[in-house]
Design a protein around this ligand. Structure first.
Ligand SMILES: Nc1ncnc2c1ncn2[C@@H]1O[C@H](COP(=O)(O)OP(=O)(O)O)[C@@H](O)[C@H]1O
Ligand SMILES: [Mg+2]
Length: 368
């Protein structure tokens, strides 16, 4: 069992500013949890506190059911993999992987069996006699992972482990790490700033801002139901479009009004929006919820807008169209189509099922 629980954990480095102002978080046994958030929001600090490399300023940190605030790193049954790999340059790959085990006085034959077995899984057997400098970035990262794996910890902490690798290798390692998690039956806590890693690998994603948890949920729920504009803008690429609009009521229905448009809103939004009639809100529309195909336009064209294309990005099967509506920057993702041209007006249909509405002041979601 390796649940990890933060109870009102505060971290301050200088005794004045709280980098983590009060964290409550429960990570389940064998969960793959990913921490995301802007640079400096406290992701590494959280990992380092779990590892015991940073002291907890106040509050309680539990691993399994044991309070570990004062437990030494070596007694925590965890292993950490860093972005920088942190391999010993003068040791061979074999020694790098074996080192931690020999410190623990494991018999030589057992060490040999473990290292060989893990090297096989990670496909680095043929490099065991090399020094790290004779390896590529991807191979070094596998050694760093291997060094953690031979210890068979119940918790793996991974701090941006793939960010030094090129795109192709990152994709490969992504599925390898997911596979490892499935095989090892350990708890994984993984930090990344990469959208795709977070969305594809995590059981749950924790979105942090200034050391504060904004939302914790499955990738799907975060994407479909972000709790505020920060999470909405952070998850998804290109990011969600935000348009300043006013809620208006007419003939028993509600509309989002902006520029010359009056977009009809779903009936289910009437109740949550009743206090916002004639008030300013922000509506959020993901790029893929603008459509260029006929099928999506309502008969009365009430969900139709025109976008003048400043930039057209050819993505292969899709186009990203950039423009502006009422001073709000817009990006729409539509299927590739030779009739769509740069510097021209494109008619787009908004999928009204997929509109998010946010309070302009609190930036919290009102309904979606
Ligand atoms: N050893 C340290 N001493 C003082 N401040 C630190 C130290 N490590 C990190 N910080 C500060 O704590 C904040 C969070 O840092 P960090 O946890 O590294 O963020 P992230 O990993 O999300 O980029 C930042 O403002 C950073 O400058
Ligand atoms: Mg960091």
């Amino acid at each position: 069992m390796a649940t990890i629980t933060f109870k009102n954990v505060v971290k301050s480095y200088d005794g004045v500013n709280n980098v983590i102002p009060g964290l409550d978080l429960e990570i389940k046994d064998r969960e793959f949890i990913i921490l995301v958030g802007p640079s400096g929001c406290g992701k590494s600090t959280i990992l380092r506190m779990i590892a015991g490399l940073e002291e907890v300023t106040s509050g309680d940190l539990f691993i399994a059911d044991k309070r570990v605030n004062d437990v030494a790193p070596k007694d925590r049954d965890i292993a950490m993999v860093f972005q920088s790999y942190a391999l010993y340059p003068h040791m061979t790959v074999y020694k790098n992987m074996a080192f931690g085990l020999s410190l623990r006085k494991m018999p030589k034959e057992d060490i040999d069996r473990k290292v060989t077995q893990v090297a096989k899984i990670l496909d680095i057997e043929k490099y065991l006699k090399r020094k790290p400098k004779a390896l590529s970035g991807g191979q070094r990262q596998r050694v760093a992972l291997g060094r953690a794996m031979v210890r068979e910890p119940s918790v793996f902490l991974l701090d941006e482990p793939l960010s030094n690798l090129d795109a192709k290798l990152r994709t490969e390692m992504r599925s390898q790490i997911t596979q490892l998690h499935n095989d090892l039956q350990a708890t994984f806590i993984y930090v990344t700033h990469d959208q795709t890693e977070a969305m594809t690998m995590a059981d749950r994603i924790v979105v942090l801002k200034d050391g504060i948890v904004n939302q914790i949920d499955t990738p799907q729920n975060l994407y479909n139901h972000p709790c505020n504009m920060f999470v909405a803008g952070f998850i998804g690429s290109p990011q969600m479009n935000f348009i300043n609009a006013k809620i208006i009521a007419a003939d028993g229905k509600l509309y989002a009004s902006f520029s010359d448009y009056k977009i009809p809103l779903l009936e289910r939004m009437c109740d949550p929006l009743k206090e916002y009639i004639d008030k300013d809100v922000v509506i959020g529309i993901r790029p893929e919820n603008f459509h260029s195909e006929k099928f999506y336009f309502k008969e009365d064209e009430s969900n139709k807008i025109e976008l003048f294309t400043n930039i057209v990005e050819m993505m292969g099967s899709e186009l990203n169209l950039y423009g502006e509506i009422d001073g709000n920057k817009i990006v729409a993702k539509v299927p590739s189509n030779p009739n769509i041209k740069l510097n021209s007006n494109v008619s787009l249909a908004i999928n009204t099922e997929k509109i998010h509405i946010f309070d302009k002041d609190t930036q919290n979601v009102i309904c979606d």
